[in-house]
Design a protein. Structure first.
Length: 550
């Protein structure tokens, strides 16, 4: 069987293509074109605080028209939601909360406003984007089920809001059409209706993807998504940009159901030559994924000559599709035991992840890293372990702390599978250090104790365990209720390690605890086990004498 991309030219060509200048695609909005450009520019540069301030300034304008108030509220919600997507996991909940508060406040203050449908839709999209990110992060989460549950909670909220909006829209539209108005045009109303149908289908697909493999909930969810797309596909003009988005979602759904012929057929409904640059690039990304699913990897090579940008427009989705190709080739090379190809594809994958972070921001960078860690974590080579550790280090430097912990622990698990206890110990310890860096001392100490007991034969395990003992010992004077924990830890220490300076120290403290309880025989036993090399042996002997005569 022919191996695709046997020549390094493919990777060199792709990485050269990735290095071209990329700009952000604008998003159509009802606000003034100059304002839209300004907001898009601020958001693309991560200047969310400035963008939020600008939105609030517009909302504070006296005698603001109902239309403008609705439009600027939509932009404010979107900015808060985007901010949350790009923040470290420890900080983002507040941004998402602000997005929902802006939604709720507008609807409460303007219950009869026709523009509330725009605000309701944007509020639902904020929840949907949150759920989608949490789903991606669950792949390497420490508590995977907890992460999946959080994703499902957000997606259920989005689905509920979108379903209610879809239910209410016919009545709202009929009411608005029954009287002369100068607010929303028929075209705007139809756009909201079709957007609601599209995003509801997308939310259902995201919910389905929280279930693995061929689980019935997954298959039913994908099928529900497809059925939801029938109406908007029938209603839209094929030249409409949203038509292309709906076609892509339908193709994705068919691909997930292994209906690859149907996926190609629906994709061909879009006239590529007439599509926008953004849509052309996204269509190419889906084409790559369909070929990958069909195991026609050699055919993907013909797409490597095509530019990653069109008219200065770039698609992060296309970058991600190529990353999936590189990772697939990496795993295939490992299976074929082709070390040169493995090294080639690893380097290409790392370089592409770096490109995604630099050009498309922290949200897409995080998604790329999650994909990289997930694939590397399923492998068994030392290079993959180094890649996971480097990625985790980068996450820590960027203060994406939960993601860093998950990556370190994923690497530690892989190291254990390779029987590399030194690396496993180091990575587990790094994960604990992340907790210390954010002043979660109790969690840090719990991790040290767990690590010491998990890998007791490591040279530093007794030292880590004694650090925990020392911390609890300091607490006893102010919190007598923790004394049973101290006694437990001291017994634990001498049970797991039989000799060494930490054991001598633990036996000394153990003897003192027994003395306080007037358990003289136990105290004598503890003191008598202290080695002659212990630096405080003279003090131990004095305590031993006291116990003998007691």
């Amino acid at each position: 069987m022919m191996q695709p991309y046997n020549q390094p030219r493919f990777v060199r060509l792709m990485m050269l293509t990735f290095s071209v200048c990329i700009s952000w695609a604008g998003v159509v909005s009802a606000i003034d074109h100059v304002d839209q450009q300004l907001l898009d520019g601020l958001r693309s540069r991560g200047l969310y605080g400035t963008a939020i301030h600008y939105c609030n300034e517009q909302l504070d304008v006296e005698e603001l028209s109902p239309r403008d108030e609705g439009i600027w509220t939509v932009e404010l919600i979107r900015t808060h939601a985007d901010h949350g997507l790009n923040l470290p996991s420890t900080d983002r909940e507040s941004a998402w909360t602000l997005a929902q508060e802006a939604t709720t406040a507008y609807i409460a203050a303007n219950p009869e406003s026709p523009f509330s449908i725009h605000v309701r839709l944007q509020g639902a999209l904020a929840e949907k984007s949150k759920g989608e990110l949490l789903r991606h992060e669950s792949a390497i989460a420490i508590d995977q089920q907890k992460a999946i549950d959080a994703s499902r909670t957000a997606l259920r909220a989005a689905i509920r809001s979108l379903t209610e909006l879809e239910r209410d829209l016919p009545g709202i539209i009929a009411k608005l059409n029954s009287a002369p108005r100068d607010d929303l045009s028929e075209a705007e109303l139809l756009s909201v209706q079709i957007n609601t149908q599209y995003h509801l289908a997308h939310a259902l697909l995201q919910q389905a993807l929280t279930y693995g493999g061929n689980q019935s909930d997954r298959l039913l969810g994908v099928d529900r998504c497809l059925k939801r797309l029938d109406a908007p596909i029938a209603q839209l003009d094929e030249r409409d940009e949203l038509f292309g988005d709906i076609v892509l979602l339908a193709a994705h759904s068919h691909r997930l159901l292994s209906q690859l012929g149907d996926a190609v057929q629906v994709l061909n409904r879009v006239d590529v030559d007439k599509a926008s640059p953004r849509l052309q690039l996204r269509l190419r990304a889906e084409q790559i994924r369909i070929l990958l699913a069909a195991k026609k990897v050699s055919e993907i090579q013909s797409l490597s000559d095509k530019r990653m940008t069109i008219g200065g427009v770039s698609s992060p989705d296309l970058f991600m599709a190529w990353l999936e190709v590189f990772l697939h080739e990496w795993r295939a090379a490992e299976d074929a035991m082709n070390e040169d190809k493995v090294d080639q594809m690893q380097k290409a994958s790392l370089q592409l992840v770096s490109q995604i972070k630099q050009r498309h921001g922290s949200y897409w960078g995080r998604r790329a890293e999650l994909l990289l860690i997930n694939v590397a974590g399923q492998s068994s080579t030392m290079n993959n372990l180094a890649i996971i550790e480097k990625t985790a280090d980068d996450l820590f430097k960027r203060e994406q702390l939960d993601e860093a912990i998950a990556a370190y622990r994923a690497g530690a698990v892989q190291a254990e599978q390779q029987e590399d206890t030194q690396s496993a110990f180091r990575l587990y310890y790094k994960a604990a250090q992340v907790d210390l860096s954010r002043d979660e001392t109790e969690r840090y100490l719990a991790q040290l104790r767990q690590l010491a007991l998990h890998i007791p034969k490591h040279e530093y395990s007794p030292t880590l365990h004694l650090i925990v003992v020392q911390h609890v010992l300091k607490q006893v004077n102010e919190q007598p209720e923790v004394r049973p924990l101290l006694v437990e830890l001291l017994s634990e220490h001498v049970q797991h390690w039989s000799q060494g300076p930490t054991v001598d120290q633990a036996r000394t403290w153990q003897g003192l605890q027994y003395q306080q309880d007037q358990a003289w025989d136990r105290a004598v036993f503890a003191y008598s086990k202290v080695s002659r090399d212990f630096r405080q042996l003279d003090k131990v002997l004095k305590q031993l004498e006291i116990c003998w005569v007691a």
